[in-house]
Design a protein around this ligand. Structure first.
Ligand code: BMA
Length: 885
């Protein structure tokens, strides 16, 4: 007997009707759902069933899929609460939607609603069993359970879950009834479960036991395979979520079905040929044989393979050699080219009958992580070559966009990722304390040319290595690599966030005698398990064990380097809140800066909906409650005070909003200084250090309305930093800085082609918008992908040559003259901290400052804090004083 299955999600849908039985409307709806799969589909729609075939070939049988997404019932442990709940969804969201709780983000509700995650909750739904039991195999597929649960069908336990990052398939045919079937997913409190697991691990502790008090979080999250930041983080609240956070469905089939399709391109430079490695994961019920045809029509490539299907879950691998006479268009990161894709068609047949048919996108790009000796420098390089071209990674770090993942809509994702691209970013690191993002995240990154540094979800902790823990992690890693491998945006896998550093620099006061135990656990988890699996599953991408790490050098040192922050190797994370951030000498001249940053507050319009009038002061309980980084609010003021006069309005609400604003000014200027330092260090080796090839600041987005290192506020609004990023990540950038009382201007170019550039330094008095003088360099060659000094002059001589200029009375701007059409942002530098400046008038004298000659730079080209005067400052319209509501 021959049977057909229709390919796995997202490009399949199910049913019990053949296409012949479909109405035109159903057929068209079906085709649409293949192209644009709905977020959820009601059980009724699925009971009706729609047959989707991607080819017009007659189909004798098929997979029958019944979606269980939609309305379920949610009950707490003593049944005092019972309410409708949406799947996919979470307990918190359901309680809020049904009016049992307020907005969890309002004021102190994270603490008020702590009880939710201390209770156990059960999701229940019923579904019809008819037509499912006729099939040879029936699977209950749970795409994401958060987290620890027992799954029962008609009172029988059919499976258990303990990992929110895995898909679970449970065989349920034997427990199905013809009529209604009751499915129950009983979730344990993750907080209580974590505590039990910790208590069971008595031989030695697995730190940290709990987060710092300032985070108001829960303990032992490292014992549960769930979003680590859901028990609180230094930028986020504690909402230990529970729920069915991804889809649920029943799949019934007779012979086989495809559960996964992935494809990765490999380039053979000696043959100048691309090969696409295609992997099909097939769930086979009955032994059968057939033919698989893989084709990329646009590249005139088609290969047919004979296959044996043996019962069980089988991985089938095929190498599709692309026709060498076809011109392959490559996928490039944003700013380096386009992001074209090709259609890969997969067709399975037996005796001329289609038994499998699906398609996916295939992109062509190669990636190498280059770690090799550098002339004139000890250590090793650390940079990415994409399609053979060294690329400087410009971007930031991504954290979960909401505590409740069901609230991360396609619009939210698209808005945040578009903002990254609008700020000239080409890379994001999906940080290891959050979640492996949903498919759409990577689809958008593919489309926009955003490279993804993908961490595995382990952060800032030691982890247990019991067999069951390792086993669930192994399954998680296999599944995630297979799910994400086809995305060209993903350019590197990385084992964890900061766990090598935590061990190497002893964050957790581990006694020296016990250190070998922890190093052994570390190597067991990240090297012997995760690394081995990733390298088996994906030979096309580099794997790093941690971030920060010394990379190849860490490996030499037994995977835990003595100093994983060494600027001569690998990547670094660097934070310093106390030193003057305008002094670039305080920054490490690293090979690759994967984290650095400064906090700021979000704007008042973002805070207002989750606060009330009494919260609107910098020393309110609310202001300290939302600050989860010890001393953070004071650090921001101290850093701002190094450069600016702090707000001193006697009106409390104005003082508050002005203070929010000044923290954003401080943050923007600090991150700009640091990023410009990294970008101008790409071509130099100074005192053995340099060749910096990446600047990913911490952090892109926010999880709630609170102070953090982000450049985008919760809700997507741009902080001042994000506007600055648009400039400091521009493809061609002038960087001005002082070294030993000498002004230097560097030209940084990420372009492929060479440029002819002339630096034009214009000196202004703070008292007047007419330039005091202008100096020009010769026209100089700036090679593509380089940073070169193009202007150098002692500051004293430069200012003295400009009439009555002094450090305190004048500022410098660098508009550019370039032979290329590329947009170059104007850059401005002050020779002194604004609070010390002389000559700039306060607001009452502003009319005088509006005089401007036509050929002088526009006032709006200056950063906002320079647009106003140094002795005072002016908030943006956003930061206007609040009105009480
Ligand atoms: C880094 C990150 C996060 C943290 C950030 C700011 O270490 O990996 O853990 O939120 O610093 O402290």
């Amino acid at each position: 007997m021959v049977s057909t299955f229709i390919a796995s999600s997202p490009s399949s849908c199910i049913n019990q009707l053949t296409e012949r039985h479909m109405t035109d409307r159903e057929r068209s709806r079906c085709k649409q759902s293949v192209l644009f799969p709905p977020r959820s589909m009601s059980p009724r729609a699925f009971v009706l069933g729609v047959l989707c075939v991607l080819s017009p070939v007659p189909v004798p049988a098929h997979t029958h899929t019944l979606s269980l997404d939609g309305k379920w019932t949610l009950t707490n442990s003593n049944a005092s609460l019972s309410l409708p709940a949406q799947v996919p969804g979470s307990v918190h969201t359901a309680l809020q939607q049904q009016g049992y709780i307020q907005d969890p983000y309002f004021r102190f509700n994270d603490v008020s609603y702590r009880w939710i995650a201390l209770d156990n909750w059960t999701y229940t739904v019923t579904f019809p069993g008819s037509q499912l039991r006729d099939r040879q195999k029936v699977l209950l597929v749970l795409d994401g359970v958060d987290t620890v649960s027992t799954v029962q069908l008609n009172g029988m336990v059919v499976g258990k879950t303990d990992n929110m990052f895995r898909r679970y398939d449970f065989s349920i045919r034997d427990w199905l009834q013809d009529g209604d079937n009751e499915l129950k997913v009983s979730l344990l409190s993750p907080v209580l479960y974590a505590s039990e697991r910790r208590n069971a691990h008595s031989a030695y502790r697995v730190p940290p036991e709990c987060p710092p008090d300032v985070q108001r979080g829960e303990c032992h999250v490292n014992f549960v395979r769930k979003e680590q930041s859901s028990f609180s983080w230094d930028w986020g609240p504690s909402f230990p979520t529970m729920g069915l956070w991804r889809g649920v469905r029943v799949e019934a089939f007779d012979v086989l079905q495809l559960s996964q399709l992935s494809s990765v391109p490999l380039y053979n430079s000696s043959l100048s040929q691309w090969t696409v490695q295609v992997q099909l994961l097939v769930d086979v019920v009955l032994k059968t044989s057939g033919q698989i045809t893989l084709s990329i029509p646009e590249l005139h490539t088609e290969h047919t393979f004979s296959s044996q299907f043996v019962p069980g879950e089988t991985g089938l691998s095929f190498s599709v050699h692309v026709n060498t006479s076809s011109q392959v268009r490559l996928w490039w990161p944003n700013g380096h080219g386009e992001q074209p894709f090709y259609r890969l068609l997969v067709r399975g047949s037996q005796d001329g009958v289609v038994i499998l048919s699906t398609e996916s996108k295939v992109y062509f790009r190669s990636v190498e992580l280059v770690q090799e000796p550098i002339v004139g420098s000890p250590g090793l390089s650390f940079y990415f070559r994409i399609n053979g071209k060294p690329v400087f990674l410009k971007g930031s770090n991504w954290i979960p966009a909401h505590s409740f993942q069901d609230r991360v809509t396609p619009a939210v994702l698209r808005n945040l990722l578009q903002s990254a691209v609008d700020a000239n970013m080409n890379a994001l690191r999906v940080w290891g304390g959050g979640v492996y993002e949903q498919d759409l995240f990577y689809d958008i990154c593919d489309e926009l040319g955003v490279m993804v540094w993908q961490d595995f979800m382990f952060a800032c902790a030691m982890y247990p290595t019991e067999d069951d823990f390792l086993q669930t992690v192994r399954e998680e890693v296999v599944q995630q690599v297979r799910r994400l491998a086809s995305h060209p945006s993903v350019i590197i896998w990385s084992g964890n966030n900061e766990n090598e550093a935590a061990l190497a620099t002893d964050w957790f006061n581990i006694p020296a005698s016990q250190r070998p135990t922890y190093v052994k656990d570390y190597v067991t988890l990240y090297v012997d398990n995760i690394r081995v699996i990733v390298q088996q599953e994906d030979q096309t991408r580099p794997f790093l064990v941690s971030s920060p790490t010394n990379g190849a050098e860490s490996e030499q040192e037994g995977w835990v380097a003595s100093n994983p922050y060494d600027p001569l190797y690998g990547d670094t994370h660097f934070y310093s809140y106390v030193q003057d951030c305008w002094d670039w000498r305080t920054f490490p001249r690293t090979r690759f800066a994967s984290e650095y940053g400064f906090q700021s507050w979000p704007s008042f319009s973002t805070l207002q909906p989750v606060s009330i009038k009494e919260d609107w002061s910098y020393d309110s309980d609310f202001a300290s409650h939302r600050q989860h980084h010890e001393g953070g609010n004071q650090q921001m003021l101290q850093q701002a005070a190094l450069h600016f006069h702090l707000p001193s309005s006697t009106q409390a609400s104005s003082r508050f909003t002005h203070t929010l604003y000044i923290t954003q000014v401080m943050q923007a200027q600090c991150v700009k200084t640091q990023t410009e330092f990294y970008r101008r260090s790409r071509s130099e080796i100074i005192e053995g250090k340099g060749h910096t090839m990446g600047a990913l600041y911490w952090q892109l987005n926010d999880i709630w309305q609170a102070p953090s290192w982000s450049s985008l506020e919760f809700g997507g609004k741009w902080k001042m930093l994000h506007y600055f990023a648009q400039d400091f990540f521009a493809a061609v950038l002038p960087v001005g800085f002082e070294d030993d009382d000498t002004l230097l201007v560097y030209a940084v170019s990420d372009l492929s082609q060479d440029l002819q550039l002339r630096a034009v330094v214009t000196v202004f008095s703070w008292a007047d918008l007419d330039p005091a003088c202008t100096l020009k360099s010769d026209l100089l060659l700036v090679p593509g992908g380089s940073a070169v000094p193009i202007f150098k002059q002692p500051v004293a001589a430069l200012l003295a040559g400009c009439g009555r200029c002094t450090r305190l009375t004048c500022l410098l701007t660098f508009p550019w003259r370039t032979t290329a059409a590329s947009k170059v942002p104007p850059t401005t530098t002050s020779c002194a901290h604004p609070k010390m400046l002389r000559g700039c008038r306060d607001r009452t004298s502003r009319p005088r400052c509006s005089r401007r000659r036509r050929d002088t730079p526009s006032r709006s080209a200056l950063p906002p804090w320079l647009r106003s005067c140094g002795s005072t400052w002016e908030p943006s319209p956003d930061a206007s004083a609040p009105t009480a509501s």
